[in-house]
Design a protein around this ligand. Sequence first.
Ligand code: TTP
Ligand code: CA
Length: 356
Amino acid sequence: MVFIIFIDFDYFYAQVEEIMDPAIKDKPVVVCVYSGRTENSGAVATSNYIARSIGIKSGMPLPQAMKIGKDRAVFIPIRKDFYKEFSDKVMGTISTYSDKMEIASIDEAYLDVTDECDTFQEAISLGQEIKEKIYKDHKMKVSAGVSINKVIAKILGDMAKPDGLKYIGQSEVDEFLNNLEVKKIPGIGSILSVKLKESGIIYIKDILKADPKNMLSILGNSKYNYLMEIAENRYNKPVEERVRKNFGRYMTLPENTRDFSIILPMLQKAVDSAYSKAPGIPGEISAIGIMEDLDIVSRSYTSASINKDRAYEMAKELMEKILATDERKLRRIGIRIGKINTRINTNESLDDFFGV
Ligand code: TTP
Ligand code: CA
């Protein structure tokens, strides 16, 4: 028996904005991606539930959203680095509950809690405990699904929105699958579900009676197998820790400052820490400045491979560039490395590159 908890943060980007500025939380909140072409061109990244209730949703063109929202909605430009940092902290909290964790996106994670729980009831309680802990530590509302595999846990998590928890244990799985519409299954988009409907497939179980040739021509091999596994309740893809593409470290300065004698040692510590986490040599380094008003500014440098000495130099140079074009004081600094080349991930070459 396997117990899986799926967690998805509610209206994530917009909720972060509410948490940072509680004064806006009773208004429609819209996070916008401005394309920069004309003043209001762009699209809605996401919106809070009040905005959704008046029709402002992800992907909507901004002029349309602004027409609906007029003066009652709050429009906020997207700040992806900030949401990523927030996400990292929440994921850090979640990771303390199990070693087997899969971060599926910026706001979705799966935990395998089989080793932590003797009974399904304990897994449900643990799901509830994680939700409460995330709210207590980060003021973030999330939804959770608890079940015996990743797919059912995710479907339940989606159904539990907002701020809910749903569960289906082994004894209820059959009944759940009997009533499960194929369009609710992750990976089956609206186009595919319309095509399936035309072939008489509305519920996942309908696929068991369908003509395999017809199904294969609509779905292709891997999606057909995936749906058959779900329908026959033998889907058991494990929770897999994904290889992280970026490694970062943020540090809070002892005071808000522009003084390099304070900033530089922190930058070096952040470089040390980011390099200690990475499984190879990076090809990209970014310096991130979190300003006194919490705005985030970053600068990056790319090269075939960046050893640690070079990283110290570049971190300093990039941070100097940030300060040269910005008059604010820094509150926190961060270093992020990416484009990690793991092919030179042998102990010898790592030792050479890292100078240890
Ligand atoms: P989702 O989890 O799809 O949506 P959500 O968290 O905003 O809302 P829900 O309560 O329904 O889970 O996406 C996570 C984040 O990804 C979202 O907060 C913003 C971003 N995003 C975009 O930038 N563009 C998009 O079109 C979508 C769907 C999401
Ligand atoms: Ca979400």
